[in-house]
Design a protein around this ligand. Structure first.
Ligand code: F1P
Length: 341
């Protein structure tokens, strides 16, 4: 994260810059919509990115799995800015989506980790996230860095569109706090290890989050599946009552991602619904949750940056669950560093 921030943020918000964006102020002002494409963890960072762009640049934005987009003969709109996200830069579905977009005349930017990779070469510009090599197959630090890159991109677009400088300064101060706060989360590893041992025998795990918590819930559920092979489902918290609540029982614990936003009451109601069905709850929040069986407390930062910090203890949870179950976390089954077919 330090590397994304270093050299890319000047002390004054007005000089935030993103090297290879290739988008001048006139073009950036003409962007009516942003569509982010990626697979797996990259798609999940796209969900975070879309929220940040809507919040900080006030441009309608969404994310879609590239693996779906490429097969559905998408309508390509000249006023939409397309962004492809990939750690490896080689994931075939994402590359194919980029090629489909380019064939239809779209401008596509990349948010990529591996320098000189196929997606980086194919896109019209973009940013590298400087996460360094992902030593294990699953994406972890790249997930975090890509989310930081999206925060910078959202600020950049917001600034070009003359949005609040005060907001920009606030977010940048928050980004600067992240490395120390991430170190603080990592210092809680022993506690997370104990929690992993406690939850590792679950029949299945539910992950829920609302708005900023939802992409984190999805990513945490994917991490757990990838490395520990524990079955997991992720839902937007409000969707629970539309069916999945039927699955809640003591053997199916719920991880609730609870960013401290104005949805506290709603979040409390979700925890009550789960408790009413005797479900165990592991919360990730900024303070102890009385309704939860356990809470992982994460330092407070700007609310927009909650998804970045809240993902990290859940990466650790997946890691320690895998270890507790005796899995080979460096060689997860059925997972290639870049999926090429
Ligand atoms: C996309 C991805 C990863 C996942 C695994 C398979 O990779 O789905 O998120 O952890 O490595 O591929 P990438 O396009 O970000 O390299």
């Amino acid at each position: 994260v330090d590397r994304v921030l270093r050299g890319r943020i000047d002390d004054r918000f007005s000089t935030v810059h993103l090297g290879g964006l290739n988008l001048d102020a006139r073009e950036a002002r003409g962007v009516r919509r942003v569509k982010i494409l990626g697979c797996g963890s990259a798609y999940h960072t796209g969900l975070i990115g879309a929220q940040l762009i809507e919040e900080l640049a006030r441009i309608p934005a969404d994310a879609e799995p590239a693996s779906e987009f490429r097969y559905r003969n998408p309508v390509v709109d000249p006023d939409t800015l397309y962004i492809a996200v990939s750690q490896s830069g080689e994931t075939y579905d994402t590359l194919a989506a980029v090629q489909e977009l380019k064939r239809k005349g779209a401008r596509v930017l990349g948010v990529v980790n591996v320098v000189g990779s196929a997606i980086a070469r194919e896109t019209d510009g973009g940013v590298y996230v400087h996460a360094g090599p992902e030593v294990c197959v699953v994406s972890t630090k790249c997930f975090t860095n890509t989310a930081v890159a999206f925060a910078l991109l959202a600020l950049h677009l917001g600034r070009i569109r003359d949005l609040s400088v005060a907001d920009g300064k606030r977010i940048i101060a928050g980004l600067r706090k992240l490395p120390e706060q991430i170190a603080e989360v990592l210092r809680g590893e022993e506690e997370i290890k104990k929690l992993a041992a406690e939850y590792a025998n679950a029949k299945s795990m539910m992950f829920v989050g609302r708005v900023r918590g939802y992409p984190v819930a999805r990513e945490a559920s994917l991490k757990l599946k990838e490395v520990s092979y524990v079955h997991a489902e992720a839902y937007p918290a409000s969707e629970l009552k539309h069916g999945p609540l039927a699955l809640i029982e003591p053997e199916v614990p719920t991880v609730a991602v609870l960013p401290d936003d104005d949805l506290l009451e709603k979040n409390r109601a979700t925890l009550e619904e789960i408790k009413a069905r005797s479900g165990r709850i592991l919360a990730v929040a900024h303070r102890e949750q009385e309704k939860a069986d356990h809470t992982i407390v994460v330092p407070r930062n700007e609310v927009e940056l909650d998804p970045i910090l809240m993902g990290i203890p859940l990466q650790l949870l997946a890691y320690h669950t895998a270890l507790a179950l005796g899995r080979d976390i460096d060689k997860p089954r059925n997972l290639a560093k870049s999926v090429t077919v």
